[in-house]
Design a protein around this ligand. Structure first.
Ligand code: NCD
Ligand code: ZN
Length: 322
């Protein structure tokens, strides 16, 4: 099976040693990825953005990082300058996930920024959760998505890492809403985190949810819905931090083998989910890169640097060859 120009629409690469450890796994499977800006301090100005991009490029040979900046109250001048260097601006409600303390407090505070983004054609990427009960945070955020979709009808808004099935109903209601789906929200439920022995490696924000949510998400993805795109939200944390409760699943090493099993023979829908939908929805123009999978047993790595990957040690039916 050959995939054309796979794109990961939501990726955490971190910096320094972790970046060096994890980037080869994404580079061997993807042509490009949207790189999230929640570093410490966040990527929220041109200098930091360009030096971070340079760090990524200097650690890869054949990979395009599509950069995001962290939402704050940018001026029109700053946005005009940033536009050519970024894919989107990522909005985190303050304190909602890893390194988001400097996020947005009250969505109205960034309405002037959203107005300019709409005018300049800069997409908005959102971590859509409230501070409510953990299983209901995404559901409670639905009215915020609806208000934004109506208030900024020309602004393209990406609902990131959707884990609650009802959110996907918004896609057909609002032309300007799009969604990314992760591997873990597609394949896991809360049972894998807390149903037996506690598994902190599958703890992430938003948390993986019910079997019903998973079944609905699978149905949407299998339908080939044009506005649904793959975004891994692969979020590496050293094991010692995971054991202290850090949120994030490191899925990068196993993505294509796991998705190949999920889609089985339906390579057409797989191709749309992993690339075509994203490229068409957002006019992403990156050089073509073919990635080949063969039907041969492959064992997922047990450990990458100090990080434990999703499905560590699992035997898959497909193997990526470069
Ligand atoms: C992400 C991280 O570790 O940066 N964690 C996560 O649980 N998904 C941040 C995020 O995307 O929420
Ligand atoms: Zn993320």
């Amino acid at each position: 099976m050959i995939l054309n120009t796979p794109i990961d629409m939501h990726l955490h690469l971190r910096e320094g040693k972790i970046l060096k450890d994890v980037l080869p796994y994404t580079e061997s499977q993807f042509a490009a990825a949207v790189v999230m800006p929640n570093l410490v301090p966040p990527v929220d100005n041109k200098e930091r953005l360009l030096s971070y991009k340079e760090e990524i490029l200097s650690n890869s040979k054949n990979f395009i990082p599509l950069m995001n900046v962290f939402m704050r109250e940018y001026s029109e001048e700053e946005l005009k300058e940033l536009k050519e260097f970024i894919f989107a601006i990522k909005l985190y409600p303050a304190g909602i996930t890893t390194n988001s303390e400097g996020g947005v407090r009250g969505i109205e505070t960034v309405y002037p920024v959203l107005e300019i983004m709409q005018e300049l054609g800069i997409p908005l990427s959102i971590h859509g959760e409230t501070h409510g009960f953990v299983m209901e945070r995404e559901k409670e955020f639905i009215p915020v998505y609806e208000k934004l979709a109506k208030d900024f009808p020309k602004l393209k808004i990406i609902m990131e890492h959707v884990g609650t099935a009802e959110m996907l109903d918004l896609l057909d209601k609002y032309e300007n809403l799009y969604a990314t789906i992760t591997l873990h929200h597609l394949l896991l439920t809360l049972d894998e985190v807390a149903g037996g022995m506690l598994n902190p490696h599958y703890f992430c924000k938003p948390v993986v949810k019910t079997p019903k949510d998973r079944a609905e998400i699978q149905k949407f993805v299998k339908s080939g819905h044009k506005k649904i795109m793959f975004g891994s939200d692969s979020a590496p944390h050293p094991i010692k931090n995971k054991l202290k409760g850090a949120a994030g699943v490191f899925s990068a090493p196993v993505i294509l083998p796991a998705l190949a099993e999920f889609f089985e023979e339906d390579t057409e829908t797989f191709q749309k989910f992993i690339s075509d939908n994203a490229r068409e929805n957002f006019n992403i123009d990156v050089p073509e890169k073919k990635v080949k999978l063969i039907k041969e047993e492959w064992t997922a790595p047990y450990i990458v640097g100090d990080i434990k990957p999703m499905f560590a040690g699992k035997i898959f039916k497909y193997k990526v060859i470069s």
